[in-house]
Ligand binder design. Structure first.
Ligand SMILES: *Cc1c(COP(=O)(O)O)cnc(C)c1O
Length: 394
């Protein structure tokens, strides 16, 4: 029996160290990382400012619990609220836990105004995590299979279907919140349309419901703004983030604004580790680095560059149905109904880390610190793998 529980289908590589956009395996072979640990290491591997912050904090104080004040947590909360315009923040240790906090805020918000069966509107193809509540909110039947009973209090509509959202509010007076990803990551790198996002904001305001954005993947610079909602001219009521916030140190955050910011009170929610000094020191260094180095603008440039290069390599081939995404969240939708997950393995063998999601979408989530040359190399190697895949299919 293997000592690690069998929950992951792993590829045959084990990495020991990394620098910038490269990681190195046990044989010291270099791999170009176009995945960033699934949108986590936005600042790449071994970033000096993040390493220094973690090391310094580890030497001073790692953990004391939320029974006492935590200076680093205060500091990170100030940075996060300043950069987002949200009012306050609850810290967790992961994305799913940040969404759990959001779901609890929505339910309590509902009960506070006399809704006994508060319901959260969620989307087809959504991914929100794997705890019981977030698994219920997630749209993946395979991920849910065998774990019933799921939770009550969720209603699902098609992503980008504003009419369906309107109808849901009309027929169901129990809807207290909408939970949505600005760009669906796991679901296939699909962007919410401007019409859908703006429409949901209007609908939530009109119906006294909370607009809750899952920015666990889109946050922390990934789409070319610090948060993806900043491509619009309004604020959500609740926003969750995680992944890129710690650049690899586990941390999650649930931010709230206005009436949503006053729902949780002492005793209503908590976490032993959440917002501990070590995780918050990493978070502070991430925000400082992203803002001081104007990285969001660079993310937009790099995203456009990689997309253009991919098009140069692939446009004549007919292998690509569509390019999707925003900033350095890039989805290449392949012109096949077959599952193309094999590209992950062939790319790995060729020294490139990438991902395939939703069956036929090659997903690139490169670190923001790549050079132009590394961006071009990612596009070139990705195109090579796609070309090789279709050559074998024929
Ligand atoms: C990764 C992800 C989650 C879950 O985060 P975990 O840290 O794995 O719990 C939730 N929502 C979205 C959009 C994600 O990309």
């Amino acid at each position: 029996m293997q000592p690690i529980m069998n929950t992951y289908g792993r590829l045959a590589a084990t990495f020991t160290h990394g620098k910038g956009a490269y990681v190195y395996d046990t044989d010291n072979r270099a791999f170009l990382d176009a995945l960033s640990g699934i949108a986590v290491c936005g600042l790449g591997h071994g970033h000096p400012a993040i390493t220094q912050a973690i090391c310094e904090q580890a030497g001073n104080l790692v953990h004391t619990s939320n029974l006492y004040g935590i200076g680093r947590q205060q500091e990170l909360a100030e940075k996060l609220t300043a950069i987002s315009g949200m009012d306050n923040v609850f810290f967790s240790n992961s994305g799913a836990e940040a969404n759990e906090a959001a779901i609890k805020i929505a339910r309590k918000f509902g009960h506070n105004k006399g809704v006994d069966l508060p319901t959260i509107l969620v989307m087809e193809n959504a991914f929100h995590g794997r705890t019981m509540a977030t698994l219920t909110a997630t749209a993946n039947k395979a991920a849910q299979a065998g774990f019933g009973p799921l939770l009550d209090g969720f209603e699902r509509i098609n992503f980008n279907d504003l009419d369906a959202a309107k109808q849901a509010f009309e027929h169901n007076p129990n809807i207290v919140a909408v939970l949505v990803e600005p760009v669906q990551g796991e679901g296939g790198v699909t962007c919410a349309t401007d019409e859908f996002m703006n429409g949901l904001r209007t609908l939530c305001t009109a119906n006294d419901a909370l607009l809750m954005l899952d920015e666990i993947q889109t946050g922390n610079g990934r789409t070319g703004e610090y948060f993806a909602f900043q491509h619009f001219d309004w604020h959500p009521d609740v926003l969750t983030t995680a992944k890129g916030l710690g650049n690899g140190v586990p941390i999650g955050a649930c931010l709230a604004k206005g009436k949503a910011a006053e729902v949780l009170q002492p005793g209503s929610h908590g976490s032993t580790y959440g917002g501990n000094p070590l995780a918050c020191a990493a978070g502070c260094a991430v925000i400082d680095t992203i803002t001081q180095e104007n990285i969001c603008k660079r993310v937009t440039e790099l995203g456009e560059r990689i997309r253009q290069k991919l098009q140069q390599h692939l446009d004549q081939t007919g292998y690509v149905k569509e390019y999707r995404g925003k900033g350095l969240m890039i989805g290449v939708v392949l012109n096949t109904e077959e599952n193309a997950a094999g590209i992950m393995k062939s790319a790995l063998e060729a020294g490139l880390l990438l991902n395939v999601t939703a069956g036929n979408v090659v997903r690139l989530l490169p670190p923001f610190v790549i050079t132009d040359e590394e961006a071009d190399l990612i596009a070139e190697k990705t195109a090579e793998q796609i070309t090789a895949y279709f050559a074998v299919q024929k």
